[in-house]
Design a protein around this ligand. Structure first.
Ligand code: ZN
Length: 158
């Protein structure tokens, strides 16, 4: 195992054991449920948007280590960002996981920590565990943009 593999592993385990932004938002702009039946990952994402900025984001989740760590890192990466910036972060992460599977990718400085999840690319079945929170956030942003805030929605990985 190389030094970076070791660091990556520690980052993932830290987020798994101490997930950031856990909990619920009482009156969110929208909430979206996400499920990944392949692994049994389940989460609920609460999003609070004000003035086109992510004012608050919370997750409750019952998932594997990769799913939990990915969701935790995601909330850290997008909290306080504008919707446009959050969308860029989602796109960069998904590009790293889905389109650059053969090689390591460097992410912008504000999302360096997420590079820890690149090791997962070796295990195609686990990629869905890592992507689920991100697809759930994409749907939440769609709900807010479409002023669909009353509706709770569900994302399922297939
Ligand atoms: Zn999983």
């Amino acid at each position: 195992m190389s030094l970076s593999d070791e660091l990556y592993r520690e980052t993932i385990l830290d987020h798994y054991h101490h997930p950031r932004n856990r909990g619920v938002i009482e009156k969110p702009s929208t909430l979206v449920e996400g499920v990944n039946p392949l692994c049994g990952d389940e989460l609920t994402l609460y999003l609070q948007v004000e003035d086109s900025k992510i004012k608050d984001i919370k997750l409750t989740a019952k998932g594997c280590s990769i799913n939990t760590a990915s969701g935790s890192m995601m909330t850290d990466a997008v909290l306080g960002q504008s919707i446009a910036e959050a969308q860029k972060i989602i796109d960069s992460f998904k590009h790293m996981m889905l389109e650059s599977r053969e090689k390591d990718v460097s992410l912008p400085e504000n999302m360096e920590e997420l590079e820890a999840l690149q090791g997962v690319k070796k295990y195609p079945v686990r990629i869905k565990c890592a992507i689920l929170p991100w697809n759930t956030l994409t749907q939440a942003i769609k709900n807010v943009s479409a002023n669909n805030s009353e509706k709770s929605t569900k994302v399922e990985m297939s």
